[in-house]
Unconditional design. Structure first.
Length: 270
């Protein structure tokens, strides 16, 4: 397999994170549909989850065959991608197990006489709810794992000497989570006339504007002012943030599985 350009790999990891966040949100909503509408969306979620799992495995192989795999950050990125693939595979298994219950609840076409509604406490309802709950729980961390893998690949590309731990800025857990998102160019700040600024994250996480403001004060991130606030100004790392990236990402990568779940896709956080 040819060595993929690291920039392309990072872009694909970001895109995979967004897709995992979307399927997590859609799977969560599928469990709330009426009985006669749940089967086909369930089958669509299964197909999408399996496709994303295969993408995660492909990117794991790509990373393993690249020069990045020789670095500590690269090896950690591979572990994160393997974890995301495992979560997707297990989630797909739970969704597959829900097909018999969804089939039993599937209603006749609207043109036919409508049968009596199955009680929501039926064995099929309870089984389907249990399978959906397990699947959405497994999909909860996959987007963050992919973003962390992208951050680790970015850290592996940093050629400058890492900042010694003794002089690293002290960051809270929310600031570290926001720093990882910003390092992947996943956050913009927007402001519409007469309204306070808000954050727009392509793979959203609980990130407040005050958290980003703290990173700006610490000179770790800055805004790309080539666009207006109405269009959205991309948040990027400063040179100091780039130098600190490897030291900040590697110690926090292991904690990514306990990062709070992504919010519904394209969420605007004030």
């Amino acid at each position: 397999m040819p060595d993929t350009h690291p920039e392309d790999l990072i872009r694909q990891l970001r895109s995979l994170a967004e897709d995992f966040a979307d399927v997590h949100h859609l799977t969560l909503r599928t469990g709330l549909l009426d009985d006669d509408a749940v089967l086909m969306p369930l089958l669509a979620r299964i197909r999408t989850t399996q496709s994303l799992t295969n993408q995660a495995l492909t990117l794991t192989l790509t990373t393993s065959d690249s020069t990045i795999a020789a670095t500590a950050a690269g090896r950690s990125a591979i572990e994160h991608l393997t974890g995301a693939a495992r979560q997707g595979n297990d989630a797909g298994g739970y969704l597959l197990a829900g097909i018999p219950a969804a089939t039993a609840l599937h209603r006749a076409p609207r043109s036919a006489p409508k049968p009596l509604r199955t009680p929501r406490t039926s064995i099929h309802h309870l089984a389907l709810r249990r399978h959906f709950s397990a699947a959405t729980g497994l999909l909860l961390d996959a987007p963050v794992m992919c973003l962390d893998a992208a951050a680790l690949v970015t850290a592996a590309l940093t050629t400058s000497a890492p900042v010694p731990g003794s002089v690293l800025p002290r960051l809270t857990d929310p600031q570290l989570a926001a720093f990882r998102l910003i390092s992947q160019r996943a956050v913009r700040i927007r402001q519409r006339e007469g309204r306070p600024p808000f954050l727009d994250a392509s793979v959203p996480a609980p990130t407040a504007t005050a958290t980003v403001a703290a990173l700006e004060r610490k000179k770790l991130v800055t805004r790309n002012t080539s666009t207006s606030l109405d269009e959205g100004q991309e948040l990027i790392l400063t040179p100091a943030g780039q130098r600190a990236l490897p030291a900040l990402v590697l110690p926090t990568a292991a904690a990514s599985r306990t990062t709070p779940a992504p919010a519904p896709p394209r969420r605007h956080t004030r």
